[in-house]
Structure formats: structure tokens, C-alpha cells
Design a protein around this ligand. Sequence first.
Ligand code: ZN
Length: 357
Amino acid sequence: METIKRIISLLLALCLLAALCGCGAAKKDAPAEEPAEDTYNIITTETVKEPNPFERHEPAAASGSAKPGAEKEEPAAPQPEYEIPDGSVIPFDSTVGFTFGESLRDYTCTDVFLGDMTPYVKIRESGGLVYYGVTDSYGNFVEVSREITGKNRVVYLTFDDGPCGYTPRLLDTLAKYDAKATFFVIGVMGSLDICKRMVEEGHSVGAHSYSHDFRTCYSSVDAYFEDLQKLEDMISEQIGYETPLVRFPGGSSNAVAGRYCSGIMSVLREELPARGYQYFDWNVSSADGGGTEETSVVTDLVKKGISSNKVSVVLQHDIKLFSVKAVDEILRWGTANGYLFLPLNVDSTPAHHGARN
Ligand code: ZN
């Protein structure tokens, strides 16, 4: 048994050496494979130059059996695999192994040398796939993807028009469920100090508008970007960079902007990506912008909405207390049912609306 363990360790060390010598870099340019039907596939393995975030230590002691869902029905085996002590299956060409259950939230990540790395996994969604990435102690970055199916879904909760006095409470609720969200802030509310906390806790900050005054920000294309830059300067002061995430006041399909400048939304929809921004609309409305003032209505609309999309971008407003109050139940229900609540990034599904102006 000891001899077998030694041979496996030697093979893994050789793989690692090969990765450090550039094999990983070569893979970077390989085209992404189609996601495996059942569990996962490695899409990228590359060496990165970021500082090593992990302390090297001895492998975790063998204990217990594999998590439920680790062994999916009839896994395709395109390459040799090793059994590592906790029962997880790792691909031949990596020291990092992921196991997944049915829910997108149900995953573990184990490194042969470093043990459990689940807490270090960073998750993102792009184009209907969820990517789980982790950097090992040698600086190697491994990312695997899962396809989002009808049963496992991604939700982007977004909150417009803040921050305000309700925002800290909302952040507390999100923390309680380890859920991430996106805040499309405005400038005229005053201090954006809380943006620091948002970013520290893993949320995204997006730019909504400095003035949120349609007459001002939609009076011309130049006026729009002047208003946006004013807000970006405020955001940058707090978080150290300008956010590429933008939500138009009224959304990209709003017809009101045309009253102040005909055709402006069509121009801005082209102009924002050209300037390095990504704009986000939504595909789930909570109706808290005027349709209701009832917490229960918001809760029901959001639950119903996210049940019918594979990827949901939910619109709420953190300046509405009744809407903020709905978030606890949305997250309780959502996390219990395996939904993954992620922060938006530039590659996320943008839920763009159709053009109306
Ligand atoms: Zn707004």
C-alpha cells in the first residue's frame, strides 16, 4: 500500500512539474470543450503570476467517504483518474479535484497536497455555464465548468437607487445566507462609503447614474457620459477602480429618455460596450418600483420569476424597506432549493431588453 501511495505521489509530482514548466500555459489557448452532460469538465489550466495565497501544508488526513453526488451516473472517463484518500475523483492532469452534487451550491474542491480548498473557490457565470476556479499553492489556476440546467439555477439579485440607511441591513441578510448581490448605486444619495463593505463582502458595485434625473442624464450622449463619469469618480474613490457594470435609469428599453433626446438609447446601447462597459437590464421584476408596496408580493414575484429562468437578473431597490424585507425569505427559499446567488461581472448574462427608443 505504501509503495502504491509513493508511486501515485511521484506521478502527481511529475504532473505538477510539467505544469510548472509550461504545459499549463500551452493549455490556455486550447478551445473550451463542451460541458460534460453529467458532472464537469476542465476548461482551463494555466499558470498565473499572482502571489501565492495559500500556505503549503501536509495533505488532509483520510476520513469519511465521498460526498453524495460525487459519483454521478456513468461518468465519462476520457482520461485516467486516481482515487485520493477522501474518495474524491481527480482528473489525471491536475492535483485539484472538484466534486459536485445536483445543486450548483453543492460542491467540494480538494487538492492532493493542500487538502480541502472549497473555501477558496471563486464562482462565476457566463453564457449559461457556471465556472468554479481555484488557485493552488503553486500559483496554478484551475477552473471547471458546469452547465446550468432546469434544476440548478443562477440568480443575480440587483438593487438600484441606493445606497441608503437600509443597505447595511440588506448586507447583513445577504451575509446570513452567504449570498452575493450587485448594487447599482447613484451619486445624489450622498456618501458611497458603504461600497467598500460591499466589495469586501464579495458583492459587485455597478453604476446607475449620478443624478438619476432623466432630464439631465438623457439630454444628450455627452451629458449621459458626463453624469456617468461623475459617479464613476465617486465609486473609484471608495473601491479603488471604476466599475464596468452599468444599469441605465429606466433600463435600456425605457421610452422616456426619447422625450429628451430622440434615439439616445440606441446610441448608448452601442456606445457603452465600445467604451468598455457592460450594461445590465433584468428578466425578473419585483414590481417594487411602483407595482406594489407589499413585502409578500415582492417575495412571490421574485420566487416565481427565478423559478422560470436558468439565469435570473432580479430588479429590486434597496431604498424600499418593504422590498429589502423580502430578501430574507427569498434567500431562505432560494438557498434551500439550491439556487446560486452570484455577483454580476462583465461576462455575466446581461438580460438585455429590446430597443424601444
Ligand atoms: Zn433607478
